[in-house]
Design a protein around this ligand. Structure first.
Ligand code: PLP
Length: 386
Protein backbone atom coordinates (compact mmCIF):
# COMPACT_ATOMS: atom_id res chain seq x y z
CA UNK A 1 0.00 0.00 0.00
CA UNK A 2 1.15 3.50 -0.71
CA UNK A 3 -0.32 6.69 0.69
CA UNK A 4 0.39 9.46 -1.79
CA UNK A 5 1.65 12.75 -0.48
CA UNK A 6 3.12 15.18 -2.97
CA UNK A 7 2.53 12.88 -5.93
CA UNK A 8 0.07 10.05 -6.41
CA UNK A 9 2.50 7.84 -8.32
CA UNK A 10 5.23 6.05 -6.32
CA UNK A 11 7.49 5.97 -9.38
CA UNK A 12 7.68 9.76 -9.22
CA UNK A 13 8.76 9.80 -5.59
CA UNK A 14 12.43 10.14 -4.69
CA UNK A 15 13.68 7.16 -2.72
CA UNK A 16 12.90 8.63 0.71
CA UNK A 17 9.98 7.20 2.63
CA UNK A 18 8.65 6.24 6.03
CA UNK A 19 7.88 2.54 6.33
CA UNK A 20 5.06 1.70 8.75
CA UNK A 21 4.90 -1.92 9.89
CA UNK A 22 1.27 -2.71 10.73
CA UNK A 23 2.29 -6.11 12.09
CA UNK A 24 4.38 -4.39 14.76
CA UNK A 25 1.53 -1.97 15.45
CA UNK A 26 -0.72 -4.97 16.07
CA UNK A 27 1.80 -6.55 18.43
CA UNK A 28 2.19 -3.30 20.39
CA UNK A 29 -1.57 -2.85 20.56
CA UNK A 30 -2.07 -6.38 21.90
CA UNK A 31 0.72 -5.95 24.45
CA UNK A 32 -0.87 -2.77 25.82
CA UNK A 33 -4.36 -4.24 25.66
CA UNK A 34 -3.26 -7.25 27.65
CA UNK A 35 -1.47 -5.12 30.24
CA UNK A 36 -4.50 -2.92 30.95
CA UNK A 37 -6.82 -5.86 31.64
CA UNK A 38 -10.47 -4.85 31.70
CA UNK A 39 -9.88 -1.26 30.60
CA UNK A 40 -10.70 -0.64 26.95
CA UNK A 41 -8.45 0.95 24.37
CA UNK A 42 -8.90 4.52 23.14
CA UNK A 43 -5.78 5.01 20.98
CA UNK A 44 -4.63 8.59 20.46
CA UNK A 45 -3.98 9.42 16.80
CA UNK A 46 -3.43 13.16 16.79
CA UNK A 47 -0.86 14.80 14.48
CA UNK A 48 -1.22 12.33 11.63
CA UNK A 49 -1.13 9.41 14.08
CA UNK A 50 2.22 10.59 15.45
CA UNK A 51 3.47 10.81 11.88
CA UNK A 52 2.37 7.28 10.94
CA UNK A 53 -0.52 8.31 8.66
CA UNK A 54 -3.89 9.02 10.27
CA UNK A 55 -6.24 7.11 8.00
CA UNK A 56 -4.25 3.91 7.58
CA UNK A 57 -3.49 3.65 11.28
CA UNK A 58 -7.11 4.39 12.23
CA UNK A 59 -8.46 1.72 9.90
CA UNK A 60 -6.01 -0.79 11.29
CA UNK A 61 -6.80 -0.03 14.94
CA UNK A 62 -10.52 -0.12 14.26
CA UNK A 63 -10.16 -3.66 12.93
CA UNK A 64 -8.18 -4.59 16.06
CA UNK A 65 -11.25 -3.69 18.12
CA UNK A 66 -10.43 -0.32 19.67
CA UNK A 67 -13.34 1.09 21.70
CA UNK A 68 -12.83 4.38 19.92
CA UNK A 69 -10.15 6.71 18.61
CA UNK A 70 -8.99 10.05 19.99
CA UNK A 71 -7.69 12.99 17.98
CA UNK A 72 -6.84 16.58 18.82
CA UNK A 73 -8.92 18.55 16.34
CA UNK A 74 -12.17 18.67 14.44
CA UNK A 75 -10.39 18.40 11.09
CA UNK A 76 -8.72 15.14 12.12
CA UNK A 77 -12.04 13.68 13.22
CA UNK A 78 -13.80 14.80 10.03
CA UNK A 79 -11.04 13.29 7.89
CA UNK A 80 -11.52 9.95 9.64
CA UNK A 81 -15.29 10.02 9.11
CA UNK A 82 -14.82 10.85 5.44
CA UNK A 83 -12.46 7.88 5.20
CA UNK A 84 -15.23 5.64 6.53
CA UNK A 85 -14.20 5.18 10.17
CA UNK A 86 -17.33 4.35 12.15
CA UNK A 87 -16.20 3.84 15.74
CA UNK A 88 -16.59 6.65 18.32
CA UNK A 89 -14.08 9.47 17.77
CA UNK A 90 -13.22 11.74 20.68
CA UNK A 91 -11.84 15.17 19.81
CA UNK A 92 -9.72 16.14 22.80
CA UNK A 93 -8.78 19.73 21.96
CA UNK A 94 -10.58 22.85 23.05
CA UNK A 95 -13.41 23.78 20.74
CA UNK A 96 -14.32 26.90 18.86
CA UNK A 97 -18.03 27.53 19.49
CA UNK A 98 -18.75 28.29 15.83
CA UNK A 99 -17.65 24.77 14.86
CA UNK A 100 -20.04 22.85 17.09
CA UNK A 101 -22.49 22.08 14.23
CA UNK A 102 -19.59 20.48 12.33
CA UNK A 103 -18.76 18.24 15.27
CA UNK A 104 -22.37 17.13 15.32
CA UNK A 105 -22.57 16.65 11.57
CA UNK A 106 -19.56 14.33 11.68
CA UNK A 107 -20.80 12.50 14.78
CA UNK A 108 -17.70 13.35 16.79
CA UNK A 109 -17.53 13.20 20.57
CA UNK A 110 -16.92 16.71 21.89
CA UNK A 111 -14.72 17.63 24.83
CA UNK A 112 -16.52 20.16 27.00
CA UNK A 113 -14.40 22.06 29.47
CA UNK A 114 -16.82 24.61 30.85
CA UNK A 115 -20.49 25.09 31.69
CA UNK A 116 -20.65 27.72 28.98
CA UNK A 117 -19.36 25.34 26.27
CA UNK A 118 -21.73 22.65 27.43
CA UNK A 119 -24.67 25.04 27.03
CA UNK A 120 -23.48 26.03 23.57
CA UNK A 121 -23.28 22.36 22.60
CA UNK A 122 -26.73 21.72 24.00
CA UNK A 123 -28.21 24.60 21.99
CA UNK A 124 -26.53 23.57 18.76
CA UNK A 125 -27.71 19.97 19.22
CA UNK A 126 -31.26 21.12 19.90
CA UNK A 127 -31.22 23.28 16.77
CA UNK A 128 -30.09 20.31 14.67
CA UNK A 129 -32.45 17.90 16.39
CA UNK A 130 -29.67 15.56 17.54
CA UNK A 131 -28.13 14.44 20.81
CA UNK A 132 -24.49 15.53 21.20
CA UNK A 133 -22.09 12.99 22.68
CA UNK A 134 -19.76 14.76 25.10
CA UNK A 135 -16.85 13.93 27.39
CA UNK A 136 -16.30 16.39 30.23
CA UNK A 137 -12.73 17.41 30.99
CA UNK A 138 -11.43 18.07 34.48
CA UNK A 139 -8.07 19.77 35.03
CA UNK A 140 -6.49 17.86 37.89
CA UNK A 141 -3.02 19.34 37.50
CA UNK A 142 -2.07 19.66 33.84
CA UNK A 143 -3.10 23.31 33.78
CA UNK A 144 -4.31 23.09 30.20
CA UNK A 145 -8.01 22.68 29.34
CA UNK A 146 -10.62 21.41 31.77
CA UNK A 147 -12.71 22.57 34.71
CA UNK A 148 -10.82 23.03 37.95
CA UNK A 149 -11.83 20.37 40.51
CA UNK A 150 -13.68 22.90 42.72
CA UNK A 151 -15.94 23.92 39.86
CA UNK A 152 -16.29 20.53 38.17
CA UNK A 153 -19.50 19.62 40.07
CA UNK A 154 -21.21 22.63 38.48
CA UNK A 155 -20.25 21.22 35.07
CA UNK A 156 -21.45 17.72 35.98
CA UNK A 157 -24.71 19.30 37.15
CA UNK A 158 -25.04 21.24 33.89
CA UNK A 159 -24.41 17.98 32.00
CA UNK A 160 -27.36 16.39 33.79
CA UNK A 161 -29.59 19.35 32.91
CA UNK A 162 -28.63 19.53 29.22
CA UNK A 163 -31.37 17.58 27.46
CA UNK A 164 -29.65 17.38 24.09
CA UNK A 165 -26.33 16.21 25.47
CA UNK A 166 -25.29 12.72 26.45
CA UNK A 167 -22.35 12.82 28.86
CA UNK A 168 -20.63 9.63 27.76
CA UNK A 169 -17.35 10.18 29.59
CA UNK A 170 -15.38 12.26 32.07
CA UNK A 171 -11.63 12.53 31.78
CA UNK A 172 -8.43 14.23 32.83
CA UNK A 173 -4.79 14.25 31.79
CA UNK A 174 -1.55 13.63 33.72
CA UNK A 175 1.34 16.07 33.60
CA UNK A 176 4.11 13.84 34.99
CA UNK A 177 3.04 10.21 34.47
CA UNK A 178 6.29 9.39 32.61
CA UNK A 179 8.50 10.69 35.43
CA UNK A 180 10.17 8.61 38.09
CA UNK A 181 8.54 10.51 40.94
CA UNK A 182 4.94 9.23 41.24
CA UNK A 183 3.77 11.94 43.64
CA UNK A 184 1.91 14.32 41.34
CA UNK A 185 0.34 11.49 39.35
CA UNK A 186 -1.05 9.92 42.54
CA UNK A 187 -2.36 13.28 43.64
CA UNK A 188 -4.03 13.93 40.27
CA UNK A 189 -5.64 10.49 40.34
CA UNK A 190 -6.99 11.10 43.86
CA UNK A 191 -8.39 14.46 42.85
CA UNK A 192 -10.02 12.90 39.78
CA UNK A 193 -11.58 10.08 41.77
CA UNK A 194 -13.00 12.38 44.40
CA UNK A 195 -14.37 14.69 41.70
CA UNK A 196 -16.26 11.98 39.88
CA UNK A 197 -17.65 10.56 43.15
CA UNK A 198 -20.28 13.23 42.38
CA UNK A 199 -22.15 10.64 40.34
CA UNK A 200 -22.09 7.87 42.92
CA UNK A 201 -23.14 10.22 45.68
CA UNK A 202 -26.18 11.18 43.59
CA UNK A 203 -26.95 7.56 42.77
CA UNK A 204 -26.45 8.29 39.07
CA UNK A 205 -24.48 5.92 36.79
CA UNK A 206 -20.92 7.22 36.36
CA UNK A 207 -19.93 8.03 32.75
CA UNK A 208 -16.86 6.31 31.31
CA UNK A 209 -13.73 7.49 33.11
CA UNK A 210 -10.28 7.84 31.59
CA UNK A 211 -6.99 9.47 32.48
CA UNK A 212 -4.07 7.13 31.57
CA UNK A 213 -1.62 8.13 28.82
CA UNK A 214 1.43 6.03 27.87
CA UNK A 215 3.42 7.00 30.96
CA UNK A 216 0.55 6.07 33.28
CA UNK A 217 -0.09 2.81 31.42
CA UNK A 218 3.54 1.87 32.04
CA UNK A 219 3.77 2.98 35.67
CA UNK A 220 0.35 3.42 37.29
CA UNK A 221 -1.96 0.43 36.91
CA UNK A 222 -4.45 1.98 39.36
CA UNK A 223 -5.14 4.71 36.77
CA UNK A 224 -6.55 2.45 34.04
CA UNK A 225 -10.25 3.04 34.93
CA UNK A 226 -12.68 2.38 32.01
CA UNK A 227 -10.59 3.49 29.05
CA UNK A 228 -6.87 4.09 28.48
CA UNK A 229 -5.44 6.60 26.01
CA UNK A 230 -2.10 5.31 24.72
CA UNK A 231 -0.35 7.32 22.04
CA UNK A 232 3.42 7.05 21.73
CA UNK A 233 3.58 3.59 23.34
CA UNK A 234 1.47 2.05 20.55
CA UNK A 235 4.01 3.34 18.07
CA UNK A 236 6.75 1.51 19.93
CA UNK A 237 8.49 4.28 21.83
CA UNK A 238 8.70 5.14 25.50
CA UNK A 239 7.59 8.61 26.59
CA UNK A 240 10.78 9.37 28.53
CA UNK A 241 14.20 7.96 29.30
CA UNK A 242 13.34 7.47 32.97
CA UNK A 243 9.95 5.76 32.61
CA UNK A 244 9.80 2.10 33.72
CA UNK A 245 9.53 -0.09 30.62
CA UNK A 246 6.95 -2.52 31.98
CA UNK A 247 5.49 -3.35 28.55
CA UNK A 248 7.62 -4.48 25.59
CA UNK A 249 6.95 -2.60 22.37
CA UNK A 250 8.88 -2.15 19.14
CA UNK A 251 9.11 0.88 16.86
CA UNK A 252 6.50 0.82 14.10
CA UNK A 253 8.11 3.44 11.86
CA UNK A 254 11.38 3.34 9.95
CA UNK A 255 12.63 6.24 7.88
CA UNK A 256 14.66 5.22 4.87
CA UNK A 257 16.36 6.72 1.87
CA UNK A 258 19.02 5.82 -0.68
CA UNK A 259 22.42 7.17 -1.62
CA UNK A 260 22.10 9.46 -4.65
CA UNK A 261 25.69 10.66 -4.91
CA UNK A 262 29.12 9.38 -3.94
CA UNK A 263 32.39 11.25 -4.08
CA UNK A 264 35.93 11.17 -2.83
CA UNK A 265 36.51 14.34 -0.88
CA UNK A 266 40.04 15.70 -0.49
CA UNK A 267 41.33 16.74 2.92
CA UNK A 268 40.49 20.36 3.70
CA UNK A 269 37.74 20.62 1.06
CA UNK A 270 34.62 21.90 2.82
CA UNK A 271 31.13 20.39 2.84
CA UNK A 272 27.84 22.28 2.96
CA UNK A 273 26.53 25.79 3.67
CA UNK A 274 28.90 28.03 5.50
CA UNK A 275 31.75 25.71 4.49
CA UNK A 276 32.04 25.01 8.21
CA UNK A 277 33.19 21.39 8.05
CA UNK A 278 36.05 19.86 6.07
CA UNK A 279 37.71 16.45 6.40
CA UNK A 280 41.17 16.17 8.00
CA UNK A 281 42.13 13.48 5.52
CA UNK A 282 40.87 12.34 2.14
CA UNK A 283 37.53 10.67 2.73
CA UNK A 284 34.37 9.50 1.02
CA UNK A 285 31.14 11.43 1.25
CA UNK A 286 27.66 10.40 0.17
CA UNK A 287 24.63 12.61 -0.35
CA UNK A 288 21.18 11.57 0.89
CA UNK A 289 17.97 13.06 -0.60
CA UNK A 290 16.20 14.17 2.60
CA UNK A 291 16.46 17.31 4.70
CA UNK A 292 14.78 19.70 7.06
CA UNK A 293 12.18 20.33 4.36
CA UNK A 294 10.98 16.81 5.21
CA UNK A 295 11.15 17.39 8.95
CA UNK A 296 14.65 15.98 9.50
CA UNK A 297 16.08 18.45 11.99
CA UNK A 298 18.61 21.09 10.95
CA UNK A 299 20.02 20.73 14.44
CA UNK A 300 21.36 17.31 13.39
CA UNK A 301 24.01 19.16 11.37
CA UNK A 302 27.41 17.75 12.38
CA UNK A 303 25.64 15.85 15.21
CA UNK A 304 23.36 13.18 13.78
CA UNK A 305 24.13 9.83 12.21
CA UNK A 306 22.52 7.39 9.78
CA UNK A 307 23.05 3.73 8.91
CA UNK A 308 24.80 2.81 5.69
CA UNK A 309 26.18 -0.66 5.02
CA UNK A 310 25.09 -1.76 8.50
CA UNK A 311 27.17 0.89 10.28
CA UNK A 312 26.49 4.22 11.95
CA UNK A 313 28.00 7.04 9.89
CA UNK A 314 28.11 10.72 10.90
CA UNK A 315 26.28 13.55 9.20
CA UNK A 316 28.81 16.20 8.19
CA UNK A 317 28.14 19.82 7.37
CA UNK A 318 24.72 21.35 7.65
CA UNK A 319 21.51 19.44 7.00
CA UNK A 320 20.08 21.24 3.95
CA UNK A 321 16.41 21.58 3.03
CA UNK A 322 16.43 18.60 0.67
CA UNK A 323 19.75 16.83 1.14
CA UNK A 324 22.46 16.06 3.65
CA UNK A 325 25.95 14.64 3.49
CA UNK A 326 27.43 11.67 5.34
CA UNK A 327 31.08 10.82 5.89
CA UNK A 328 31.59 7.10 5.29
CA UNK A 329 35.32 7.33 6.03
CA UNK A 330 38.46 6.95 3.88
CA UNK A 331 37.86 3.23 3.31
CA UNK A 332 34.07 3.43 3.23
CA UNK A 333 32.19 1.82 0.38
CA UNK A 334 28.81 2.86 -0.89
CA UNK A 335 27.10 2.92 -4.24
CA UNK A 336 24.33 5.03 -5.61
CA UNK A 337 21.12 3.30 -4.60
CA UNK A 338 22.45 1.85 -1.34
CA UNK A 339 19.94 2.00 1.48
CA UNK A 340 20.32 4.74 4.09
CA UNK A 341 18.42 4.40 7.37
CA UNK A 342 17.59 7.63 9.20
CA UNK A 343 15.42 5.84 11.78
CA UNK A 344 15.23 2.06 12.07
CA UNK A 345 17.64 -0.81 11.77
CA UNK A 346 20.04 -2.23 9.23
CA UNK A 347 21.90 -5.43 9.98
CA UNK A 348 22.74 -5.35 13.68
CA UNK A 349 22.78 -1.56 13.90
CA UNK A 350 19.83 0.63 14.74
CA UNK A 351 18.87 4.23 15.32
CA UNK A 352 15.67 4.98 17.23
CA UNK A 353 13.53 8.11 17.21
CA UNK A 354 14.75 8.49 20.81
CA UNK A 355 18.39 8.62 19.56
CA UNK A 356 17.48 11.27 17.00
CA UNK A 357 15.60 13.18 19.70
CA UNK A 358 18.65 13.17 21.95
CA UNK A 359 20.95 14.41 19.16
CA UNK A 360 18.49 17.15 18.25
CA UNK A 361 17.75 18.09 21.90
CA UNK A 362 14.06 17.30 21.62
CA UNK A 363 11.60 14.50 22.50
CA UNK A 364 10.72 11.42 20.40
CA UNK A 365 7.17 12.76 19.97
CA UNK A 366 8.53 15.70 18.00
CA UNK A 367 10.84 13.55 15.87
CA UNK A 368 7.88 11.46 14.68
CA UNK A 369 5.30 14.22 14.26
CA UNK A 370 7.85 16.34 12.42
CA UNK A 371 8.13 13.91 9.50
CA UNK A 372 6.00 15.88 7.12
CA UNK A 373 3.76 15.14 4.18
CA UNK A 374 6.56 15.39 1.62
CA UNK A 375 7.72 12.00 2.89
CA UNK A 376 5.69 9.14 1.42
CA UNK A 377 4.37 6.54 3.86
CA UNK A 378 4.60 2.89 2.89
CA UNK A 379 2.64 0.29 4.80
CA UNK A 380 3.98 -3.20 5.24
CA UNK A 381 2.89 -6.20 7.23
CA UNK A 382 -0.38 -8.12 7.52
CA UNK A 383 -3.39 -6.35 6.08
CA UNK A 384 -1.45 -4.39 3.46
CA UNK A 385 -1.01 -5.03 -0.25
CA UNK A 386 2.19 -4.58 -2.27
C1 PLP B 1 -1.41 13.17 23.53
C2 PLP B 1 -2.38 12.78 24.56
C3 PLP B 1 -2.45 11.46 25.02
C4 PLP B 1 -1.46 10.39 24.62
O1 PLP B 1 -0.20 10.68 25.19
P1 PLP B 1 1.01 9.64 25.04
O2 PLP B 1 2.02 10.16 25.97
O3 PLP B 1 1.43 9.71 23.61
O4 PLP B 1 0.47 8.31 25.40
C5 PLP B 1 -3.47 11.14 25.91
N1 PLP B 1 -4.36 12.07 26.32
C6 PLP B 1 -4.31 13.36 25.90
C7 PLP B 1 -5.32 14.33 26.41
C8 PLP B 1 -3.32 13.76 25.02
O5 PLP B 1 -3.26 15.04 24.64
Amino acid sequence: MFEPTVVDDPSLSRPTYAEIDLGILTANYRAVEQAVGKARMLPVLKANAYGHGLVHVARHLETLGAAGLAVAFLEEGALLRRAGIRCPILVMGGIDGSQIPQFLRYDLTITASSVHKLREVNQAAEALGVVARVHLKVDTGMGRIGMRPETAPAMFEAGLQAKHVEVDGVYSHFATADRKDPEQTRLQLDVFRSCVSFYRSRGIPTPKLHIANSGAILQHSDSYLDLVRPGLLLFGLYPSEEVRRTIDVMPVLSWKSRVVFFKVQPAGYPVGYGAAWAPHEDTRIVTVPAGYGDGYFHSLSDRGAVLIGGRRRPIVGGVCMDQFMVDIGPGGEAYNGDEVVLIGSQGDASISAADVARWASTIPYEVLTNINTRVARRYVGPGTTS
